[in-house]
Ligand binder design. Sequence first.
Ligand code: NAG
Ligand code: NAG
Ligand code: NAG
Length: 435
Amino acid sequence: MRIKYTISIIFFVALVIIEKENNIISRMSDKLTLKQTPQTPLQPSGLSHMLLKHNGSFTSLGKRNSAFTLMKRRLEDYSQHQEVVTTGRKHILLLATTRTGSSFVGEFFNQQGDNMFYLFEPLWHVEKMLTLETGGTNATAAVKAYRDVLQQLLLCDFSLLESFIDPLPVDHITPALFRRESSSSLCEESVCSPFIKGAFERYHCRTRRCGPLNFTMASESCLQKEHRAIKSVRVRQLENLRPLAEDPRLDVKFIQLVRDPRAVLASRMVAFAAKYKNWKQWAMDGDVPIDDGEVRKLKGNCDNIRMSAEIGLRQPPWLRRRYMLVRYEDIARFPMRKATEMYRFAGIPFTPQVKSWILKNTQASKEASGVYSTQKKSSEQVEKWRFTLPFKVAQVVQKVCGPTLKLFGYKFVSSEEMLTDKSISLIEDKVFNFS
Ligand SMILES: *[C@@H]1O[C@H](CO)[C@@H](O)[C@H](O)[C@H]1NC(C)=O
Ligand SMILES: *[C@@H]1O[C@H](CO)[C@@H](O)[C@H](O)[C@H]1NC(C)=O
Ligand SMILES: *[C@@H]1O[C@H](CO)[C@@H](O)[C@H](O)[C@H]1NC(C)=O
């Protein structure tokens, strides 16, 4: 009994000490912040001076992981982005996997207008940098890097992302940000530096002629925006992002976008033909080796998606009012309704710009009037895979992704006839609990 008490007390005291340390560090950085106007880099004085003296050891260490670098970064964070949790500012993370329509759904936020800072797949650079010679990604390193980069970006801090861009940006300027043009925030007037004749930019703005991306300008613009949204297909487990949900500077809303794994596989076999050539061969042979690494990978993907959704739907305290599950099939059939729901969930006004973009780019105008032909057309698009994916392959997906299909309400097919019978819908009406 006594030992128990002692242990509790020691534990409590330790907690208090840790808490105190934290306070000291934040106060120190607050002080630093006070001396600086926001967004100006630290001048070589005080702590930062001390840090600069270690410049040599930084560079020789080379790796981005040293605790010192992190601490320096933290201090810079505080000084540059002394963001108070402003009431009403929302941070949306649209999480998906490839071929689930996430670019399209991302547009719902990209088109929001002047109040939104939207980023399209910033983690592309991180994944690329962490790709091993074997072709896989260093999962341990990726989990941490994805989380930290996302967290910084939601605070309008690009410094960690910059460190993953190859070649490294010079003076916070890069001509190589992946798909810059897919994020209207990065092609706005205020983020558009003067066009440089002859400079090659693979990803350049389409709406106006801009020079290479200046991250300082991007950060300044981001800080002015009321809301921020990032879409990513690279986060494997929702739980890895828990620190973001618990960050008092953020009000994060996770939207997980899912799609029938059979449709995803069919789509990937077309889009990433080289990577999926085994599947294509199996589809032709009508025989899938169930213990193959490719099949295990498919199972792993399905399990990750399902486990993320299970946590989200269970609504643990850290996710309360922060998680929404959306099926691609519902968005394809009822885009306006689902977009409205997403905005309501995010707590952001649904703007006329978004509405008109959806009207222009979907069949939504007929959605409300329930015109049968358009509804039918949309579902045809959604169910096209049923005529390209061989039944044998569908069976394998059902086998290894069974629990995932079940959770999201995708019906199993038991025969080739059922697979290709258009009169049978494979999408159950399902309302997911979220609030
Ligand atoms: C830091 O180190 C780099 C490379 O060694 C050098 O070019 C740079 O001038 C140094 N900066 C400072 C402030 O010492
Ligand atoms: C993966 O990253 C971790 C953490 O950064 C590192 O310790 C490990 O050596 C890396 N593994 C490989 C295979 O590169
Ligand atoms: C990048 O933008 C910042 C902020 O507007 C500006 O001070 C800086 O000079 C720009 N850099 C270049 C090389 O134009």
